[in-house]
Design a binder for this molecule. Structure first.
Ligand code: ATP
Ligand code: MG
Length: 359
């Protein structure tokens, strides 16, 4: 082998090794969920990985390489972070624009080893984690707030009784009644919260079976006849007998219907009408609870199924509500593989529709 041959063989081996390394690096960057941005010593973009392009909806690699990062990601705080990182590693959480809603990104920037002046910047998407944290904080705040009212009522009633009201039979009855009602309210709140947590942790074992909806609807309505008559509200079962069976858990579906009919009766004025009906689509059976009540303004509809969400908190509380009913409905229906939606407008009544898989 001549010297030239040896050189050529050596070079091609080195090239092959480089190619393997390049492919490996490309593979790693391509598979990462974190976004990666590399800047060259002039501070221009040397590389962005696919995850970062997706996170920030950046154009293709050919369009961004060679450009200053601020051209591509307009963000003053990011620019400042990159400036600091030239001296020492820097991290910060930033809200970066991405499509319609900003994403919350944890950004780490540090000097690139072996490339003086170069920077490597890693972006971790923490939008979802932060959203869940704030949901949990709100939830705890809401629960505490809901518990406080009845607890305060019980305590002050007990105090009043001890302070002498117990001696007066009429006052005693009144304050015992307050204790009773608020204890009942606490009990319901705790039960509802336990239900929600059981459904969410999937501890609640659902046993879906083919169910005859006309029968389930009639059973649920029977529980409300007396209450409806008292308020002169007409309850109508309008589920055709030939409605195909749905696949659902009997107790869960009864709880869902009970919640919806309870709402209709609570929020409708005297003389209103509440109808439980059904419709069939190719893959689902729909069960609806429609009322001719006050209806709900459009701005409330997107949040109606959230925990503790009430259109009129004062009114709902007076009626003994905690604002958990519809969130339990949504969780239960989804646990059965179905969906729930609402159509309503002020003065036009409300219709809640459950879509359940066909058996
Ligand atoms: N049929 C309806 N007509 C008008 N408003 C309704 C109707 N159903 C629900 N709402 C509104 O939606 C809110 C949320 O309902 P949800 O059942 O979750 O809570 P609640 O009835 O207030 O309390 P809970 O069901 O826990 O006792 C209610 O406070 C009410 O303002
Ligand atoms: Mg309710």
């Amino acid at each position: 082998m001549t010297q030239v041959d040896q050189l050529a063989a050596g070079l091609s081996a080195t090239l092959a090794e480089l190619r393997v390394e390049r492919d490996l690096l490309g593979g790693i960057l391509g598979a990462m969920k974190e976004g990666v941005l590399v800047l060259d010593p002039d501070g221009r973009i040397a590389m962005v990985n696919p995850a970062l392009r997706e996170m920030l909806l950046l154009p293709g690699a050919d369009e961004v390489v060679g450009r200053p990062p601020l051209d591509v990601i307009r963000h003053a705080e990011l620019q400042a972070l990159l400036g600091r990182a030239r001296r020492e590693p820097a991290s910060e959480e930033l809200d970066l624009p991405s499509g319609l809603k900003p994403r919350r990104l944890l950004v780490h920037a540090a000097r690139l080893h072996g490339e003086p002046g170069g920077l490597v910047v890693v972006f971790v998407d923490v939008t979802e984690i932060r959203r869940l944290e704030s949901l949990r904080r709100d939830f705890v705040a809401n629960v505490s707030h809901e518990l406080r009212t009845p607890v305060t009522a019980v305590r002050s009633a007990a105090e009043t009784l001890r302070g002498g009201a117990a001696a007066d039979p009429e006052a005693r009855e009144r304050f015992l009644d307050i204790v009773d009602r608020n204890a009942e309210r606490l009990h319901r709140l705790v039960e509802d919260l336990l239900d929600l947590s059981r459904i969410e942790s999937r501890e609640l074992r659902l046993a879906p079976e083919p169910l005859d909806l006309a029968q389930v609807a009639a059973g649920a309505l029977a529980l409300f006849r007396e209450r409806a008559d008292k308020r002169r509200i007409r309850l109508r079962a309008a589920v055709p007998a030939d409605t195909p069976p749905a696949r659902a858990d009997r107790r869960a579906l009864e709880q869902v219907l009970t919640n919806l009919v309870d709402n209709a009766l609570k929020y409708c004025p005297e003389g209103a009408e509440v109808t439980v009906g059904a419709a069939v689509t190719p893959s689902a059976v729909e069960l609806s609870v429609a009322d001719s009540g006050p209806g709900i303004e459009a701005k409330h509809l997107p949040r109606l199924f959230e925990r503790f969400y009430r259109v009129d908190a004062g009114r709902s509380r007076d009626l003994g509500g905690t604002g958990l009913g519809l969130s339990i409905v949504k969780h239960l229906v989804e646990a059965m593989g179905g969906a729930v939606r609402v159509a309503s407008s002020p003065g036009q009544g409300s219709t809640f529709t459950l879509s359940l898989p066909r058996a």
